[in-house]
Design a binder for this molecule. Sequence first.
Ligand SMILES: [Zn+2]
Length: 113
Amino acid sequence: MPKTKKITCTKCFGKGHIRAFSHVQGGVCFSCAGAGYRMVSVSHKPSILFAIEVTCVSSDGCSLEPGQRGVAYNIKARTAAEALRKAKGKWLGARCYPNLWFDPASAEAVPST
Ligand SMILES: [Zn+2]
């Protein structure tokens, strides 16, 4: 079940009414239905470990054969997209992780279990 949190309505600033709309339904804020706050879901997704899999592009000193998939990094992140983003920040300027030449475009974040 997703957690929710109370946030002050940004349309009426917690008043539940908007004076400028007093001609519409008595000015009840349409964003929070007069409550002055809204419940929003907060995702406290824990970080998990993702294996960043890449395709080897050169056997030159590489531990893999071209075309083989290997794990370049293990990165903690909340989502696969975040893991990829972090990984790409890491391998800028360093295309070779210990004995692994890879094509950054082939990278895929796979949750490690
Ligand atoms: Zn409101």
